[in-house]
Design a protein. Sequence first.
Length: 648
Amino acid sequence: MATFTWTATTPAGTSTAWETPAAWVDSTANHPTGASFTTSPGNDYLVNGTNLFTIGNIGVGGTGSPDIANSLTVSDFQAVLQLADGVSAFDVTTTLSLNSLLNLGTAVGDASILSMGGVVDGGTINLGSSGRLEGAVADSIVDIGASPTEMIGSGTVIAEGGVFTIGTSVQVAAGYSIKFQIDPNATLSIADAVGSGTIVFSAASGSGVLDVAALSTFNASVKNLYVGAVQDTPTSYIDFLNVGEAATATLTGFTSTGATLTVFTNTGSHTIPILGNYLGKHANVNYVSDGSGGTNVFITDVPCYAAGTAILTPDGEVAVETIQAGDVVMTSEAGRLVPQTVIWAGNRDIDIAGHPRPASVAPIRFRSGALGFDQPRRDLLLSPDHCLYIDGGLVPAKLLVNGMTITRDLSLTSVSYHHIELERHAVLIAEGVEAESYLDTGNRAYFSNAGLAMILHPEFGINEHLRCWETDACAPLMARPEEVRPRWERFAERARSLGFAEPAHATTTDPALRLIVDGRTVLPFLTQQEMDSRTVRFVIPEGAASVRLVSRRAAPVEARPWLDDPRPLGVAVRSMMLRDRTGETVAGADHPALTDGWYAPEYTEDGAPWRWTTGDAALPIVSEGPCLVEITLGSDLTYLDDGDHLAA
């Protein structure tokens, strides 16, 4: 094992390949051999010149024979190192020390791997103040030693696009100020402990995602967090994995420099500093389950009445927009009318046409008589999560949509929403229907007259796990499918009895499953036995660089409106088997390499894993020649049989 120093000088825009023996020299003027770049144990490599160095094609040996170094030190801040595009790997046994740029590849989906720790001990990634480590779609940092790899220093790790993974046993040591930057349309997936540092979303209007698998050891700050309700929202959010479906969170301690995010789980709570100007943003940040044992952070929105809604008062019905603080309205308690005083009236004009997700803010229209005779007396328009009092519980309006008498009104280009706050949460009478007053779940900043910094594009969402639903609500929230479905079916049957016809949609359970291999379609071949066992097989040609599993997709809410699950789902996969000339490899649905185009794994009662695709998911296929891929599918999904629901 020797120490070699880089001596080649390359002008801007050009590069010299890493595996160029003449570019390296040791203290006795010897050069490494060509084979020494892939021989273990590797040599020590040092880049410390004063000119511009561009070193390319690191890892050209591929994952089967990666380039290997015992240590790599890059002290020249002008140096640029880049892994070869295409599947490539670079192993560093002990220390990677950077004061310049190491890019894990520039091609989309090149799946480059920086592996640390050799085969015995963990390694160290030391990022100097000018050090940058960049990764894009499917790139990853992994530890292959017996001990964890530590990341230290004050440099920057950048997720440039797609999913960039920092794998298990690659840990950010406490006490260091490493910056983790998430660019628009990028996901930074962190599998292990984060002892310090700052996670920065580089653009508030981007769609960056932070995946956190180990909440209890996540001790970084998060900056520029502007969150949305679901994963296809063009805003950034944090996806907390492995915290359970009952998790909730609050955003408190608002100042001009930040706030505190507190995450509550069934095992306790954890706080995360959120950096940025949150002064006046009395927003409540909540969790919505992604259906996979993980949850996505979003800001709860405001349930409201549309302008013109008639509200019952002691003097008769008045339009909701005319009601002011100090007025008296009638509320319903145990079958009798009780007057209450208004303490605040909020309003907000929504530009539906200009909203990034119009369906999330468009009003739910209850046609006259939709809920019963003269219920409501006139068409009633409510924001999607405004609750009606039905059979002893509060039911969000959006969960009752049946496409007949209860619809999501997308014909409007704008709407004016209003809400009424009373001394205590209560049931108002709106167009003859019992519906809730305003319950403060921390969403007051969505109203234009709240005296707070107004949220630009509100999202209408509700979280049944908020503590205020238990302590402050006038009735229990009914949002679970088993609670909502009987009510939905009753109103759907009433609509049919009134002569309405259910919307006709051609549906299919055929997912139109296929592979896209390097841009070309590969169809499965099936035997009847395999079809019965829900197994499909594909033949992948030799040299495949990109393999994606593509299918139709559908959101569960499309076929079952009483489900509050708008995720676009492709197919449910239980396991995969790869067979080539070297043998068979079986991967379960919880395999950590399933990231791009995959939701988090879910588990059956007996602990067997399965997970949904988004309809376009990357398969991490690594084979030395042509191979056979066998995929076992899980439960069926009903798809709308039209071209709009084909993922690709």
